[in-house]
Design a protein around this ligand. Structure first.
Ligand SMILES: [Zn+2]
Ligand SMILES: [Zn+2]
Length: 589
Protein backbone atom coordinates (compact mmCIF):
# COMPACT_ATOMS: atom_id res chain seq x y z
CA UNK A 1 0.00 0.00 0.00
CA UNK A 2 1.41 3.40 -0.91
CA UNK A 3 1.62 6.30 1.53
CA UNK A 4 -0.94 8.08 -0.51
CA UNK A 5 -3.42 5.30 -0.19
CA UNK A 6 -2.77 5.10 3.53
CA UNK A 7 -3.40 8.78 3.96
CA UNK A 8 -6.55 8.48 1.98
CA UNK A 9 -7.73 5.59 4.10
CA UNK A 10 -6.99 7.49 7.33
CA UNK A 11 -8.80 10.47 6.05
CA UNK A 12 -11.86 8.51 5.15
CA UNK A 13 -11.74 6.89 8.64
CA UNK A 14 -11.51 10.34 10.18
CA UNK A 15 -14.57 11.42 8.23
CA UNK A 16 -16.40 8.34 9.37
CA UNK A 17 -15.47 9.06 12.97
CA UNK A 18 -16.59 12.62 12.60
CA UNK A 19 -19.86 11.43 11.23
CA UNK A 20 -20.26 9.00 14.11
CA UNK A 21 -19.43 11.64 16.70
CA UNK A 22 -21.87 14.02 15.12
CA UNK A 23 -24.60 11.41 15.15
CA UNK A 24 -23.93 10.57 18.81
CA UNK A 25 -23.94 14.23 19.80
CA UNK A 26 -27.26 14.65 18.08
CA UNK A 27 -28.64 11.67 19.88
CA UNK A 28 -27.35 12.90 23.24
CA UNK A 29 -29.16 16.16 22.84
CA UNK A 30 -32.50 14.28 22.74
CA UNK A 31 -31.85 11.27 24.94
CA UNK A 32 -29.38 11.95 27.74
CA UNK A 33 -26.95 8.99 27.90
CA UNK A 34 -27.40 6.76 30.89
CA UNK A 35 -24.62 7.23 33.46
CA UNK A 36 -22.06 4.42 33.05
CA UNK A 37 -22.70 1.75 35.72
CA UNK A 38 -19.46 1.15 37.64
CA UNK A 39 -18.29 -2.47 37.66
CA UNK A 40 -19.46 -4.07 40.88
CA UNK A 41 -16.73 -5.90 42.78
CA UNK A 42 -17.29 -9.15 44.64
CA UNK A 43 -15.38 -11.43 46.96
CA UNK A 44 -14.92 -15.19 47.13
CA UNK A 45 -13.96 -16.35 50.62
CA UNK A 46 -13.34 -20.04 51.26
CA UNK A 47 -13.89 -20.91 54.94
CA UNK A 48 -13.05 -24.59 54.50
CA UNK A 49 -12.21 -27.31 51.99
CA UNK A 50 -8.96 -25.85 50.63
CA UNK A 51 -5.65 -27.61 51.34
CA UNK A 52 -7.74 -30.29 53.04
CA UNK A 53 -10.56 -32.69 52.24
CA UNK A 54 -13.35 -31.70 54.61
CA UNK A 55 -15.54 -28.90 56.01
CA UNK A 56 -16.30 -27.38 52.61
CA UNK A 57 -17.75 -23.90 52.91
CA UNK A 58 -17.40 -21.00 50.46
CA UNK A 59 -18.78 -17.46 50.60
CA UNK A 60 -19.65 -15.16 47.72
CA UNK A 61 -20.04 -11.55 48.90
CA UNK A 62 -21.40 -8.90 46.55
CA UNK A 63 -22.28 -5.53 48.06
CA UNK A 64 -24.82 -6.11 50.80
CA UNK A 65 -25.48 -9.74 49.93
CA UNK A 66 -23.66 -12.89 51.00
CA UNK A 67 -24.34 -16.37 49.66
CA UNK A 68 -22.91 -19.42 51.43
CA UNK A 69 -22.17 -22.56 49.44
CA UNK A 70 -22.03 -25.79 51.50
CA UNK A 71 -21.30 -26.09 55.20
CA UNK A 72 -19.50 -29.31 56.04
CA UNK A 73 -17.39 -30.73 58.83
CA UNK A 74 -14.00 -32.40 58.86
CA UNK A 75 -12.91 -35.37 60.92
CA UNK A 76 -10.25 -34.49 63.52
CA UNK A 77 -6.62 -34.84 62.59
CA UNK A 78 -4.36 -37.37 64.25
CA UNK A 79 -3.29 -35.25 67.23
CA UNK A 80 -6.67 -33.65 67.99
CA UNK A 81 -7.22 -35.82 71.06
CA UNK A 82 -10.87 -36.23 72.03
CA UNK A 83 -12.16 -33.90 69.33
CA UNK A 84 -15.33 -35.19 67.63
CA UNK A 85 -15.40 -32.99 64.53
CA UNK A 86 -13.99 -29.73 63.15
CA UNK A 87 -16.30 -27.10 61.64
CA UNK A 88 -15.54 -23.88 59.69
CA UNK A 89 -14.99 -20.68 61.69
CA UNK A 90 -18.17 -18.62 61.25
CA UNK A 91 -16.71 -15.40 62.78
CA UNK A 92 -16.77 -13.43 59.51
CA UNK A 93 -20.32 -14.59 58.79
CA UNK A 94 -21.48 -13.65 62.28
CA UNK A 95 -19.95 -10.19 61.85
CA UNK A 96 -21.88 -9.79 58.59
CA UNK A 97 -24.99 -11.66 59.63
CA UNK A 98 -27.39 -9.08 58.15
CA UNK A 99 -25.97 -9.63 54.67
CA UNK A 100 -26.41 -13.41 54.58
CA UNK A 101 -29.27 -14.41 52.25
CA UNK A 102 -29.02 -18.19 52.39
CA UNK A 103 -26.96 -21.34 52.09
CA UNK A 104 -27.04 -23.53 48.98
CA UNK A 105 -25.94 -27.16 49.23
CA UNK A 106 -24.26 -29.13 46.44
CA UNK A 107 -24.93 -32.61 47.93
CA UNK A 108 -25.50 -34.58 51.11
CA UNK A 109 -21.99 -35.78 52.04
CA UNK A 110 -20.85 -34.85 55.55
CA UNK A 111 -17.99 -32.68 54.29
CA UNK A 112 -20.71 -30.49 52.71
CA UNK A 113 -23.63 -30.64 55.20
CA UNK A 114 -22.13 -31.79 58.53
CA UNK A 115 -21.60 -28.24 59.85
CA UNK A 116 -25.16 -27.06 59.13
CA UNK A 117 -26.65 -27.45 62.65
CA UNK A 118 -23.76 -25.43 64.13
CA UNK A 119 -24.17 -22.81 61.39
CA UNK A 120 -27.97 -22.54 61.73
CA UNK A 121 -27.70 -22.19 65.53
CA UNK A 122 -25.72 -18.98 64.92
CA UNK A 123 -27.13 -17.81 61.60
CA UNK A 124 -30.75 -18.70 60.87
CA UNK A 125 -31.07 -18.32 57.09
CA UNK A 126 -32.90 -20.38 54.42
CA UNK A 127 -31.29 -23.60 53.19
CA UNK A 128 -31.56 -24.76 49.55
CA UNK A 129 -30.76 -28.42 48.85
CA UNK A 130 -31.72 -31.34 46.61
CA UNK A 131 -34.22 -33.95 47.93
CA UNK A 132 -31.73 -36.48 49.34
CA UNK A 133 -29.39 -33.81 50.74
CA UNK A 134 -32.40 -32.07 52.34
CA UNK A 135 -33.60 -35.37 53.85
CA UNK A 136 -30.19 -35.85 55.47
CA UNK A 137 -30.13 -32.20 56.61
CA UNK A 138 -33.67 -32.52 58.09
CA UNK A 139 -32.45 -35.42 60.19
CA UNK A 140 -29.55 -33.36 61.59
CA UNK A 141 -31.72 -30.31 62.26
CA UNK A 142 -34.29 -32.48 64.11
CA UNK A 143 -31.52 -33.88 66.31
CA UNK A 144 -30.54 -30.30 67.23
CA UNK A 145 -34.15 -29.08 67.52
CA UNK A 146 -33.73 -26.49 64.77
CA UNK A 147 -36.32 -25.45 62.22
CA UNK A 148 -34.95 -23.00 59.62
CA UNK A 149 -36.67 -22.17 56.32
CA UNK A 150 -35.91 -24.89 53.73
CA UNK A 151 -36.33 -25.15 49.96
CA UNK A 152 -35.95 -28.37 47.98
CA UNK A 153 -34.25 -27.76 44.63
CA UNK A 154 -33.75 -29.91 41.53
CA UNK A 155 -31.61 -29.77 38.39
CA UNK A 156 -32.63 -26.95 36.00
CA UNK A 157 -34.29 -24.98 38.85
CA UNK A 158 -33.43 -21.30 38.78
CA UNK A 159 -34.06 -19.40 42.00
CA UNK A 160 -33.16 -16.10 43.63
CA UNK A 161 -31.24 -15.92 46.91
CA UNK A 162 -30.93 -12.21 47.67
CA UNK A 163 -29.38 -10.69 44.55
CA UNK A 164 -27.92 -14.04 43.47
CA UNK A 165 -29.64 -15.90 40.66
CA UNK A 166 -28.76 -19.54 41.25
CA UNK A 167 -29.23 -22.34 38.73
CA UNK A 168 -28.94 -25.98 39.80
CA UNK A 169 -27.17 -28.26 37.31
CA UNK A 170 -27.20 -32.06 37.13
CA UNK A 171 -23.79 -33.65 37.75
CA UNK A 172 -22.67 -37.16 38.75
CA UNK A 173 -21.16 -38.12 42.11
CA UNK A 174 -21.18 -41.00 44.60
CA UNK A 175 -24.43 -39.79 46.16
CA UNK A 176 -27.82 -39.27 44.53
CA UNK A 177 -29.05 -35.74 43.75
CA UNK A 178 -25.65 -34.01 43.57
CA UNK A 179 -25.64 -30.56 41.97
CA UNK A 180 -23.34 -27.95 40.48
CA UNK A 181 -24.36 -24.29 40.62
CA UNK A 182 -24.26 -21.38 38.20
CA UNK A 183 -24.50 -18.17 40.24
CA UNK A 184 -25.20 -14.89 38.46
CA UNK A 185 -25.28 -11.48 40.14
CA UNK A 186 -24.48 -7.89 39.13
CA UNK A 187 -20.79 -7.89 38.33
CA UNK A 188 -20.26 -11.63 38.31
CA UNK A 189 -21.02 -15.10 37.04
CA UNK A 190 -19.53 -17.90 39.13
CA UNK A 191 -19.79 -21.64 38.45
CA UNK A 192 -19.21 -24.05 41.35
CA UNK A 193 -19.01 -27.70 40.27
CA UNK A 194 -19.48 -29.24 43.72
CA UNK A 195 -18.04 -32.77 43.92
CA UNK A 196 -18.47 -34.40 40.55
CA UNK A 197 -17.40 -36.90 37.95
CA UNK A 198 -18.45 -37.34 34.33
CA UNK A 199 -20.43 -40.59 34.17
CA UNK A 200 -22.13 -41.44 30.86
CA UNK A 201 -23.86 -44.47 32.43
CA UNK A 202 -24.73 -43.65 36.03
CA UNK A 203 -27.03 -46.12 37.83
CA UNK A 204 -29.91 -43.62 37.99
CA UNK A 205 -29.52 -42.77 34.28
CA UNK A 206 -29.14 -39.05 35.01
CA UNK A 207 -26.04 -38.02 33.07
CA UNK A 208 -24.14 -34.83 33.92
CA UNK A 209 -25.65 -31.90 31.99
CA UNK A 210 -22.63 -31.16 29.77
CA UNK A 211 -24.90 -29.34 27.35
CA UNK A 212 -25.88 -26.74 29.95
CA UNK A 213 -22.30 -26.37 31.20
CA UNK A 214 -21.20 -25.72 27.63
CA UNK A 215 -23.89 -23.07 27.12
CA UNK A 216 -22.86 -21.40 30.37
CA UNK A 217 -19.36 -21.26 28.90
CA UNK A 218 -20.78 -19.53 25.83
CA UNK A 219 -22.61 -17.01 28.03
CA UNK A 220 -19.28 -16.24 29.74
CA UNK A 221 -18.15 -17.37 33.18
CA UNK A 222 -15.95 -15.09 35.31
CA UNK A 223 -14.87 -17.59 37.83
CA UNK A 224 -14.87 -21.36 38.22
CA UNK A 225 -14.53 -23.27 41.48
CA UNK A 226 -13.91 -26.92 40.61
CA UNK A 227 -13.43 -30.22 42.52
CA UNK A 228 -9.71 -31.16 42.65
CA UNK A 229 -9.87 -34.45 44.64
CA UNK A 230 -8.69 -36.67 41.76
CA UNK A 231 -6.63 -34.08 39.86
CA UNK A 232 -3.54 -36.21 40.43
CA UNK A 233 -5.21 -39.21 38.71
CA UNK A 234 -4.58 -39.72 35.00
CA UNK A 235 -7.35 -40.54 32.56
CA UNK A 236 -11.03 -40.95 33.39
CA UNK A 237 -12.74 -42.16 36.56
CA UNK A 238 -14.63 -45.36 35.63
CA UNK A 239 -18.42 -45.30 35.49
CA UNK A 240 -20.66 -46.72 38.24
CA UNK A 241 -21.66 -49.26 35.55
CA UNK A 242 -18.29 -50.97 36.16
CA UNK A 243 -19.37 -51.72 39.72
CA UNK A 244 -22.59 -53.23 38.36
CA UNK A 245 -20.60 -55.71 36.27
CA UNK A 246 -18.40 -56.74 39.22
CA UNK A 247 -21.38 -57.16 41.53
CA UNK A 248 -23.15 -59.30 38.91
CA UNK A 249 -20.05 -61.52 38.70
CA UNK A 250 -19.99 -61.98 42.47
CA UNK A 251 -23.68 -62.85 42.73
CA UNK A 252 -23.42 -65.25 39.77
CA UNK A 253 -20.48 -67.15 41.18
CA UNK A 254 -21.01 -67.56 44.92
CA UNK A 255 -23.41 -69.46 47.15
CA UNK A 256 -21.88 -67.95 50.25
CA UNK A 257 -23.63 -65.51 52.56
CA UNK A 258 -22.67 -62.09 51.15
CA UNK A 259 -21.97 -59.16 53.46
CA UNK A 260 -21.42 -55.87 51.63
CA UNK A 261 -19.97 -52.82 53.35
CA UNK A 262 -20.38 -49.48 51.62
CA UNK A 263 -21.13 -45.79 52.22
CA UNK A 264 -24.75 -45.45 53.33
CA UNK A 265 -25.23 -42.35 51.17
CA UNK A 266 -24.56 -44.17 47.89
CA UNK A 267 -28.25 -44.93 47.52
CA UNK A 268 -28.15 -45.99 43.86
CA UNK A 269 -25.40 -48.51 44.44
CA UNK A 270 -27.20 -49.94 47.46
CA UNK A 271 -30.34 -50.20 45.35
CA UNK A 272 -28.35 -52.20 42.82
CA UNK A 273 -27.14 -54.59 45.57
CA UNK A 274 -30.77 -55.07 46.55
CA UNK A 275 -31.91 -55.70 42.97
CA UNK A 276 -29.08 -58.19 42.37
CA UNK A 277 -30.01 -60.01 45.57
CA UNK A 278 -33.64 -60.21 44.42
CA UNK A 279 -32.52 -61.69 41.10
CA UNK A 280 -30.65 -64.43 42.98
CA UNK A 281 -33.45 -65.23 45.43
CA UNK A 282 -31.65 -63.59 48.29
CA UNK A 283 -33.33 -61.67 51.12
CA UNK A 284 -31.73 -58.48 52.43
CA UNK A 285 -30.81 -57.58 55.99
CA UNK A 286 -29.58 -54.10 56.84
CA UNK A 287 -27.10 -53.48 59.63
CA UNK A 288 -25.95 -50.14 61.06
CA UNK A 289 -27.93 -47.10 62.14
CA UNK A 290 -26.86 -44.73 59.34
CA UNK A 291 -27.61 -47.41 56.72
CA UNK A 292 -31.13 -47.87 58.15
CA UNK A 293 -31.71 -44.10 58.30
CA UNK A 294 -30.58 -43.39 54.74
CA UNK A 295 -32.54 -46.32 53.31
CA UNK A 296 -35.76 -45.27 55.02
CA UNK A 297 -35.17 -41.75 53.68
CA UNK A 298 -34.49 -43.13 50.17
CA UNK A 299 -37.73 -45.12 50.43
CA UNK A 300 -39.72 -42.02 51.40
CA UNK A 301 -38.23 -40.13 48.46
CA UNK A 302 -39.31 -42.89 46.09
CA UNK A 303 -35.82 -44.11 45.18
CA UNK A 304 -36.68 -47.71 46.12
CA UNK A 305 -40.16 -47.80 44.55
CA UNK A 306 -39.77 -51.09 42.67
CA UNK A 307 -38.50 -52.95 45.73
CA UNK A 308 -41.11 -54.85 47.77
CA UNK A 309 -40.90 -54.59 51.58
CA UNK A 310 -41.09 -58.39 51.78
CA UNK A 311 -37.54 -58.71 50.43
CA UNK A 312 -36.15 -57.25 53.68
CA UNK A 313 -35.60 -59.34 56.76
CA UNK A 314 -34.81 -57.98 60.20
CA UNK A 315 -31.15 -58.50 61.08
CA UNK A 316 -32.26 -60.21 64.32
CA UNK A 317 -34.16 -62.88 62.31
CA UNK A 318 -31.49 -64.03 59.86
CA UNK A 319 -30.65 -67.34 61.54
CA UNK A 320 -33.38 -69.28 59.77
CA UNK A 321 -32.21 -68.14 56.31
CA UNK A 322 -29.78 -70.23 54.28
CA UNK A 323 -26.45 -68.60 53.39
CA UNK A 324 -27.13 -68.61 49.65
CA UNK A 325 -30.40 -66.77 50.23
CA UNK A 326 -29.07 -63.86 52.28
CA UNK A 327 -27.26 -60.56 51.62
CA UNK A 328 -26.35 -58.29 54.52
CA UNK A 329 -25.71 -54.64 53.66
CA UNK A 330 -23.74 -52.97 56.40
CA UNK A 331 -21.92 -49.85 57.55
CA UNK A 332 -18.25 -50.01 58.52
CA UNK A 333 -16.46 -49.83 55.18
CA UNK A 334 -14.02 -47.36 56.78
CA UNK A 335 -13.22 -49.56 59.79
CA UNK A 336 -15.09 -47.19 62.13
CA UNK A 337 -14.69 -48.69 65.64
CA UNK A 338 -18.40 -48.75 66.57
CA UNK A 339 -19.72 -49.68 63.13
CA UNK A 340 -21.63 -52.89 62.40
CA UNK A 341 -18.88 -54.54 60.33
CA UNK A 342 -16.18 -53.83 62.94
CA UNK A 343 -18.47 -55.31 65.60
CA UNK A 344 -18.94 -58.41 63.41
CA UNK A 345 -15.17 -58.73 63.00
CA UNK A 346 -14.73 -58.38 66.79
CA UNK A 347 -17.41 -61.01 67.56
CA UNK A 348 -19.62 -58.53 69.36
CA UNK A 349 -22.39 -57.94 66.84
CA UNK A 350 -25.72 -58.89 68.38
CA UNK A 351 -27.05 -60.86 65.40
CA UNK A 352 -24.20 -61.73 63.03
CA UNK A 353 -21.52 -64.35 63.79
CA UNK A 354 -19.01 -64.49 60.96
CA UNK A 355 -17.96 -67.93 59.74
CA UNK A 356 -16.14 -69.76 57.01
CA UNK A 357 -18.99 -69.67 54.52
CA UNK A 358 -19.15 -65.86 54.48
CA UNK A 359 -17.94 -63.40 51.89
CA UNK A 360 -17.32 -59.78 52.91
CA UNK A 361 -17.23 -57.25 50.05
CA UNK A 362 -15.78 -53.79 50.67
CA UNK A 363 -17.57 -51.64 48.09
CA UNK A 364 -15.48 -48.64 49.05
CA UNK A 365 -11.93 -47.39 49.11
CA UNK A 366 -10.18 -46.16 52.23
CA UNK A 367 -10.55 -42.46 52.94
CA UNK A 368 -6.96 -41.26 53.52
CA UNK A 369 -6.10 -41.75 57.18
CA UNK A 370 -8.38 -44.77 57.65
CA UNK A 371 -6.08 -47.37 56.06
CA UNK A 372 -4.76 -48.75 59.33
CA UNK A 373 -8.11 -49.35 61.07
CA UNK A 374 -9.50 -50.91 57.89
CA UNK A 375 -6.56 -53.27 57.63
CA UNK A 376 -7.13 -54.32 61.26
CA UNK A 377 -10.71 -55.25 60.39
CA UNK A 378 -9.58 -57.09 57.24
CA UNK A 379 -7.02 -59.12 59.24
CA UNK A 380 -9.72 -60.13 61.72
CA UNK A 381 -11.90 -61.30 58.83
CA UNK A 382 -9.05 -63.40 57.45
CA UNK A 383 -8.57 -64.94 60.93
CA UNK A 384 -12.16 -66.14 60.67
CA UNK A 385 -11.53 -67.68 57.23
CA UNK A 386 -14.02 -65.26 55.70
CA UNK A 387 -13.53 -64.59 51.98
CA UNK A 388 -12.69 -60.90 51.57
CA UNK A 389 -13.25 -58.94 48.35
CA UNK A 390 -11.64 -55.50 48.12
CA UNK A 391 -11.87 -52.77 45.49
CA UNK A 392 -8.15 -53.31 44.87
CA UNK A 393 -8.97 -56.89 43.69
CA UNK A 394 -12.00 -56.31 41.47
CA UNK A 395 -13.96 -53.16 40.64
CA UNK A 396 -16.50 -53.25 43.47
CA UNK A 397 -16.00 -49.53 43.97
CA UNK A 398 -15.27 -46.52 41.77
CA UNK A 399 -14.48 -42.99 42.86
CA UNK A 400 -17.08 -40.22 42.75
CA UNK A 401 -14.57 -37.57 41.69
CA UNK A 402 -13.39 -36.51 38.23
CA UNK A 403 -9.89 -37.53 37.08
CA UNK A 404 -7.66 -35.26 35.01
CA UNK A 405 -9.28 -35.88 31.59
CA UNK A 406 -12.75 -35.11 32.94
CA UNK A 407 -11.41 -31.93 34.54
CA UNK A 408 -10.00 -30.94 31.14
CA UNK A 409 -13.46 -31.42 29.62
CA UNK A 410 -15.08 -29.12 32.20
CA UNK A 411 -12.42 -26.41 31.75
CA UNK A 412 -12.83 -26.62 27.97
CA UNK A 413 -16.60 -26.25 28.20
CA UNK A 414 -16.67 -23.47 30.78
CA UNK A 415 -13.58 -21.45 29.75
CA UNK A 416 -13.66 -19.23 32.87
CA UNK A 417 -11.67 -16.00 33.16
CA UNK A 418 -10.50 -16.87 36.68
CA UNK A 419 -10.07 -20.28 38.25
CA UNK A 420 -9.87 -21.43 41.87
CA UNK A 421 -9.03 -25.13 42.29
CA UNK A 422 -11.31 -26.26 45.14
CA UNK A 423 -11.97 -29.36 47.28
CA UNK A 424 -8.54 -30.90 47.72
CA UNK A 425 -5.31 -31.16 49.62
CA UNK A 426 -2.51 -28.82 48.55
CA UNK A 427 -1.03 -31.27 46.02
CA UNK A 428 -4.45 -31.75 44.41
CA UNK A 429 -4.94 -27.98 44.06
CA UNK A 430 -1.48 -27.56 42.50
CA UNK A 431 -2.04 -30.40 40.02
CA UNK A 432 -5.44 -28.99 39.09
CA UNK A 433 -3.87 -25.55 38.52
CA UNK A 434 -1.33 -27.25 36.21
CA UNK A 435 -4.14 -28.92 34.26
CA UNK A 436 -5.91 -25.58 33.76
CA UNK A 437 -2.65 -23.92 32.74
CA UNK A 438 -1.89 -26.71 30.23
CA UNK A 439 -5.21 -25.84 28.55
CA UNK A 440 -4.23 -22.20 28.11
CA UNK A 441 -5.44 -20.62 31.36
CA UNK A 442 -2.87 -17.89 32.20
CA UNK A 443 -1.10 -18.58 35.52
CA UNK A 444 -2.00 -15.07 36.72
CA UNK A 445 -5.68 -15.98 36.49
CA UNK A 446 -5.38 -19.13 38.62
CA UNK A 447 -5.60 -18.65 42.38
CA UNK A 448 -4.50 -21.21 44.93
CA UNK A 449 -6.24 -20.01 48.06
CA UNK A 450 -6.09 -21.05 51.69
CA UNK A 451 -9.12 -21.18 53.94
CA UNK A 452 -9.73 -17.65 55.22
CA UNK A 453 -8.15 -15.92 52.20
CA UNK A 454 -10.31 -13.73 49.97
CA UNK A 455 -10.25 -13.22 46.23
CA UNK A 456 -11.40 -9.71 45.29
CA UNK A 457 -12.80 -9.65 41.77
CA UNK A 458 -13.59 -6.42 39.90
CA UNK A 459 -14.45 -6.95 36.27
CA UNK A 460 -11.34 -8.25 34.55
CA UNK A 461 -9.03 -8.06 37.55
CA UNK A 462 -8.74 -10.27 40.59
CA UNK A 463 -6.48 -9.98 43.62
CA UNK A 464 -5.84 -12.38 46.42
CA UNK A 465 -6.02 -11.12 50.01
CA UNK A 466 -4.21 -13.65 52.18
CA UNK A 467 -5.58 -14.15 55.72
CA UNK A 468 -8.70 -12.05 55.14
CA UNK A 469 -10.51 -13.88 57.97
CA UNK A 470 -9.89 -16.89 60.20
CA UNK A 471 -9.60 -20.07 58.16
CA UNK A 472 -8.68 -22.23 61.13
CA UNK A 473 -11.29 -24.83 61.95
CA UNK A 474 -13.30 -24.72 65.16
CA UNK A 475 -13.07 -27.92 67.19
CA UNK A 476 -16.20 -29.52 68.57
CA UNK A 477 -15.90 -31.75 71.66
CA UNK A 478 -19.21 -33.03 73.01
CA UNK A 479 -21.39 -29.99 73.69
CA UNK A 480 -18.38 -27.63 73.58
CA UNK A 481 -17.89 -25.66 70.37
CA UNK A 482 -14.56 -23.88 70.11
CA UNK A 483 -13.80 -24.13 73.85
CA UNK A 484 -10.98 -26.58 73.16
CA UNK A 485 -8.05 -24.61 71.78
CA UNK A 486 -4.37 -25.25 71.24
CA UNK A 487 -3.45 -25.10 74.94
CA UNK A 488 -6.02 -27.72 75.91
CA UNK A 489 -4.90 -29.88 72.98
CA UNK A 490 -1.26 -29.57 74.03
CA UNK A 491 -2.19 -30.75 77.55
CA UNK A 492 -4.14 -33.67 76.08
CA UNK A 493 -1.12 -34.58 73.98
CA UNK A 494 1.23 -34.50 77.00
CA UNK A 495 -1.23 -36.57 79.03
CA UNK A 496 -1.59 -39.11 76.25
CA UNK A 497 2.15 -39.41 75.72
CA UNK A 498 3.64 -39.39 79.25
CA UNK A 499 0.81 -39.32 81.78
CA UNK A 500 0.27 -37.22 84.87
CA UNK A 501 1.94 -36.72 88.29
CA UNK A 502 0.06 -34.83 91.01
CA UNK A 503 1.93 -33.60 94.08
CA UNK A 504 -0.27 -32.57 97.01
CA UNK A 505 1.42 -30.35 99.60
CA UNK A 506 -0.30 -29.12 102.81
CA UNK A 507 1.20 -25.91 104.23
CA UNK A 508 0.47 -24.12 107.51
CA UNK A 509 -1.02 -20.82 106.40
CA UNK A 510 0.35 -18.88 109.39
CA UNK A 511 3.93 -20.22 109.53
CA UNK A 512 4.45 -21.39 105.97
CA UNK A 513 5.81 -24.73 107.20
CA UNK A 514 4.98 -28.13 105.77
CA UNK A 515 2.11 -29.86 107.65
CA UNK A 516 2.63 -33.44 106.45
CA UNK A 517 4.56 -35.63 104.03
CA UNK A 518 3.89 -34.51 100.39
CA UNK A 519 1.64 -36.94 98.57
CA UNK A 520 2.54 -37.95 95.02
CA UNK A 521 0.14 -39.77 92.68
CA UNK A 522 0.62 -40.79 89.06
CA UNK A 523 -1.66 -41.77 86.18
CA UNK A 524 -0.35 -43.22 82.93
CA UNK A 525 3.25 -42.49 83.94
CA UNK A 526 4.77 -45.57 85.61
CA UNK A 527 3.30 -48.47 87.57
CA UNK A 528 3.89 -47.11 91.09
CA UNK A 529 4.26 -50.51 92.84
CA UNK A 530 7.32 -51.26 90.74
CA UNK A 531 8.86 -47.81 90.94
CA UNK A 532 8.50 -46.95 94.64
CA UNK A 533 12.16 -45.79 94.81
CA UNK A 534 11.64 -43.27 92.04
CA UNK A 535 8.51 -41.94 93.74
CA UNK A 536 10.30 -41.67 97.13
CA UNK A 537 13.18 -39.81 95.53
CA UNK A 538 10.76 -37.44 93.84
CA UNK A 539 9.15 -36.75 97.22
CA UNK A 540 12.62 -35.95 98.62
CA UNK A 541 13.06 -33.46 95.78
CA UNK A 542 9.79 -31.81 96.85
CA UNK A 543 11.08 -31.60 100.45
CA UNK A 544 14.29 -29.95 99.25
CA UNK A 545 12.44 -27.47 97.06
CA UNK A 546 10.06 -26.49 99.85
CA UNK A 547 12.98 -26.11 102.26
CA UNK A 548 14.71 -23.75 99.85
CA UNK A 549 11.49 -21.77 99.36
CA UNK A 550 10.95 -21.41 103.12
CA UNK A 551 14.54 -20.17 103.60
CA UNK A 552 14.01 -17.62 100.86
CA UNK A 553 10.54 -16.61 102.12
CA UNK A 554 8.80 -17.79 98.97
CA UNK A 555 5.25 -18.48 100.13
CA UNK A 556 2.74 -17.64 97.38
CA UNK A 557 0.98 -20.44 95.61
CA UNK A 558 2.13 -19.63 92.05
CA UNK A 559 5.84 -19.46 92.98
CA UNK A 560 5.69 -22.62 95.11
CA UNK A 561 3.89 -24.52 92.34
CA UNK A 562 6.40 -23.42 89.73
CA UNK A 563 9.40 -24.34 91.89
CA UNK A 564 8.01 -27.82 92.64
CA UNK A 565 7.01 -28.38 89.00
CA UNK A 566 10.41 -27.34 87.63
CA UNK A 567 12.49 -29.39 90.09
CA UNK A 568 10.39 -32.55 89.86
CA UNK A 569 10.22 -32.24 86.08
CA UNK A 570 13.98 -32.10 85.62
CA UNK A 571 14.50 -34.95 88.13
CA UNK A 572 11.92 -37.17 86.38
CA UNK A 573 13.38 -36.37 82.96
CA UNK A 574 16.92 -37.23 84.13
CA UNK A 575 15.76 -40.54 85.57
CA UNK A 576 13.30 -41.65 82.88
CA UNK A 577 13.71 -39.43 79.78
CA UNK A 578 9.95 -38.82 80.04
CA UNK A 579 8.00 -35.58 80.33
CA UNK A 580 4.76 -36.26 82.19
CA UNK A 581 2.43 -33.42 83.10
CA UNK A 582 3.23 -32.33 86.67
CA UNK A 583 0.42 -30.82 88.67
CA UNK A 584 1.31 -29.45 92.15
CA UNK A 585 -1.69 -28.91 94.46
CA UNK A 586 -0.84 -26.50 97.30
CA UNK A 587 -3.29 -26.54 100.23
CA UNK A 588 -2.99 -23.77 102.87
CA UNK A 589 -4.41 -24.99 106.17
ZN1 LIG B 1 -19.02 -35.65 47.99
ZN1 LIG C 1 -16.71 -33.53 49.26
Amino acid sequence: MTTNNLNKKNESKKNQNNRKTKKNTDKRSFFPRKPKVPIQPYKIIPLGGLKEIGKNCTIIESGNDILVIDCGFAFPEYEMFGIDIVIPDFTYLKENIKKIRGVIITHGHEDHIGGIPYFIKEINVPIYASPLAMGLIDHKLDEHNLNPERHVIRPKDIFKVGKFEVEAIQINHSIADALAFSIKFPGGHVVHTGDFKVDYSPLDGKVIDLNRLSRLGDEGVDLLLCDSTNATKEGYTPSEAVVRQSIDDIFNKTDKRIIIATFSSNVHRIKYFIESSMKHQRRIAISGRSMENVLSLAKNLGYLDNIPDSIFVNIADIRSIEDKNLTIITTGSQGEPMSALTRMANNNHRSVRLKKNDMVVFSSSPIPGNEKVISQVINKLYEKNVEVVLASMIDVHVSGHASSEELKLIHTLIRPRFFIPAHGEYRHLIEHAEIAHSLGQPKDNIFILSNGDALNVTGKTATKVPGFTSGEGVMVDGYGIGDVGNIVLKDRKTLSQSGLITIAVAIDASTGSLMSRPELKTRGFVYVQEHQDLINEAINIVYNTLGYCMENKIKDEASLSKAIRDDVKSFIYKQTKRNPMILPLILYI
